[in-house]
Design a binder for this molecule. Structure first.
Ligand SMILES: Cc1cc2nc3c(=O)[nH]c(=O)nc-3n(C[C@H](O)[C@H](O)[C@H](O)COP(=O)(O)OP(=O)(O)OC[C@H]3O[C@@H](n4cnc5c(N)ncnc54)[C@H](O)[C@@H]3O)c2cc1C
Length: 371
């Protein structure tokens, strides 16, 4: 059996980023990949990535390898409530940053990471069932991690009973870098400005709603789905048309009861899952990668990689950011869950009030930006 310093189990965006980050420290990494599921269509999602995640990917030489039209800067974000005059606005200009976020093609990011892994000097990609020996296993298998289950680690899960319908759209009006989100109980709809397939006029759609309705919406003919979508967006982004398939993701909130033990750590969705309303799941996972790589780089020379004391430093570093993001997304969901006239009025007034409170707005934007 071949020996490595670290076995990274799972080759999603988090596993590949971790393998690259560790290989840059000269550590030998076995990257254990599951066989691709058949048939598998393209990933239609676009990810909103924050400055911290982009910084990590840039350091791994992945970000600058993305095709120019695969990442779009968001200069402004508009959050709409139930009433037409309730709105919260964020801008890169008022936050004094280059961009509020970058919208990235999930498929292109996967491909750029896979290419970087192929050329990484100390990473060996192997089929998942290859027996390997390593003092540390980083489990990056996503929310259904079998290795986490085999270790007997509980994964506290609250299913939301909602499904996110994702798709690519083209508009008849330029997006001008503006992201839009509607909180209309029980739906949450996000339009993320993008440049594929049409430069300057495309969006990534993430529309979450109760699962039964999501299934019905997915089954609608394109024209009927587009009519419902345009009605929900009220022409704010121009007329929107589908440019590809719709794919649904059931949504949940999950947290592993422990993220490390002797010789193992959980990273990314294997450790925590959040609702995509704030576009933070992968940002959290890449934050895990950064923290684990740092803890390993800064370890005492005599301390073995399997030492639980070492791995607890990683667990401590990630506890607060993970909990804070889970509470923020879950709290927002609860706020928009019930649809009584009183609550609706309060929510809409709240949005307008926050919009006028510059320090609070800055703080909220800072959390999302990862600054
Ligand atoms: C609709 C939607 C929109 C989203 N939008 C955003 C966004 O805008 N911004 C953001 O930051 N996040 C977003 N997310 C969250 C983001 O998609 C996830 O947080 C992220 O993909 C998790 O990456 P991961 O590598 O941890 O897990 P995964 O992507 O699930 O990858 C896990 C990998 O492990 C492999 N695997 C599984 N089992 C095994 C095994 N036994 N052995 C070996 N390999 C195995 C799988 O094949 C897969 O390749 C969104 C999620 C959804 C559903």
């Amino acid at each position: 059996m071949t020996s490595y310093d670290i076995a990274v189990r799972g080759a999603g965006a988090v596993g590949r980023s971790l393998a690259l980050a560790l290989s840059r420290q000269g550590l030998s990494v076995a990257l254990l990949e599951a066989a691709p599921r058949q048939p598998q269509g393209p990933d239609v999602r676009t990810y909103a990535l924050n400055a911290q995640a982009v910084g990590l990917l840039r350091g791994l030489k992945v970000w600058d390898a993305l095709p120019a039209d695969a990442a779009t800067a968001v200069s402004e974000m508009l959050v709409h409530g139930d009433a037409h005059d309730s709105q919260l606005e964020f801008s890169a200009w008022s936050q004094c940053v280059d961009a509020l976020a970058w919208i990235v093609d999930a498929q292109a990011l996967d491909e750029a990471l896979a290419t970087a892994v192929r050329f990484a000097p100390h990473v060996t990609a192997l089929p998942a069932d290859t027996p390997v020996q390593a003092p540390l296993s980083a489990l990056c298998e996503g929310k259904h991690s079998a290795a986490r289950e085999a270790l007997g680690i509980g994964f506290h899960t609250k299913p939301y009973g909602h499904t996110a319908v994702a798709a690519r759209l083209v508009a008849d009006r330029p997006h001008e870098g503006v992201a839009r989100q509607w909180f209309r109980s029980p739906d949450i709809l996000a339009l993320l400005p993008f440049d594929r397939p049409r430069q300057g006029c495309s969006y990534g759609l993430v529309w979450s709603m109760p699962t039964e309705r999501a299934q019905a919406m997915q089954a609608l003919p394109d024209a009927e789905f587009e009519a419902a979508l345009n009605e929900a967006c009220g022409a704010a982004a121009g007329h929107l048309a589908l440019s590809g398939p719709r794919v649904g993701w059931p949504l949940q909130l999950s947290r592993a009861e422990r993220v490390c033990g002797p010789g193992w750590v959980l990273v990314g969705d294997a450790a925590h899952v959040v609702h995509p309303l704030s576009g933070q799941g992968l940002n959290l996972g890449l934050g895990d990668v950064e923290a684990l790589a740092r803890v390993i780089a800064e370890r005492e020379s005599w301390r073995p990689l399997s030492d639980e004391k070492l791995l607890r430093r990683y667990a401590r570093a990630r506890a607060v950011p993970t909990l804070a993001m889970q509470q923020l997304t879950d709290g927002l969901l609860h706020l928009f869950e019930h649809d009584t006239p009183v609550l609706r009025e309060l929510r809409n007034r709240g949005l307008n009030l926050v919009n006028q409170l510059t320090p609070l707005k800055r703080w909220l934007a800072g959390r999302a930006l990862g600054t």
